[in-house]
Design a protein around this ligand. Structure first.
Ligand SMILES: [Zn+2]
Length: 167
């Protein structure tokens, strides 16, 4: 039985406080990508998880901690281990490594996110297709593209594996 959530509660950042878990509501994404994330910051309409993803408040619901039970809250479907680790070590989103962040996220959970990552990569490849024939070869830019492609490949393998486990 899924209780209706009030929904409009503004996001609170509770330093050193309890983790507040949330997950996509039933039907928003396939069941295998309904991870329970931990809320990091945000406003009433959009907020950010510790694993550095943005969520629309209307698409998610508060839930119990993974392997926990809270009266009145739905159970967590699956734990987001990235959130768990970053919350445990208080490693804020965006503060990961010194490297400049590309457009392709390291973690891609849902078909919608995968589609937009594919479109980003497509666009970047198309840009190069327009440059290379004219001799515009910039090793720095190509290196960045290679890093993005590698990140994408890892995310794509994980995504395929997740989807196959969920069926
Ligand atoms: Zn997460």
């Amino acid at each position: 039985m899924c209780k209706e959530n009030a929904g409009g509660t503004p996001g609170r950042d509770v330093p050193g406080g309890q983790a507040r878990y949330f997950q996509y509501r039933i039907g928003v994404v396939p069941e295998w990508c309904r991870f329970a994330h931990i809320r990091h910051s945000g406003t009433g309409l959009r907020f950010q998880s510790w694993c550095d993803q943005m969520f629309r408040a209307v698409e998610v619901e508060d839930c119990a901690a993974p392997n926990g039970v809270v009266a009145g809250l739905p159970d967590a479907v699956a734990e987001c281990t990235d959130c768990f680790v970053r919350f445990a070590f208080r490693q804020s989103p965006g503060s990961t490594s010194g490297e400049e962040q590309g457009l392709i996220p390291a973690r891609i959970d849902t078909p919608g996110q995968m589609t937009s990552a594919m479109q980003i990569l497509q666009r970047e490849l198309r840009d190069e297709v327009g440059r290379l024939p004219h001799g515009e070869i910039d090793p720095g830019r190509l290196g960045k593209l290679a890093a993005e492609a590698e990140q994408f490949s890892r995310a794509l393998r994980r995504f395929g594996w997740l989807a196959s486990c969920g069926r």
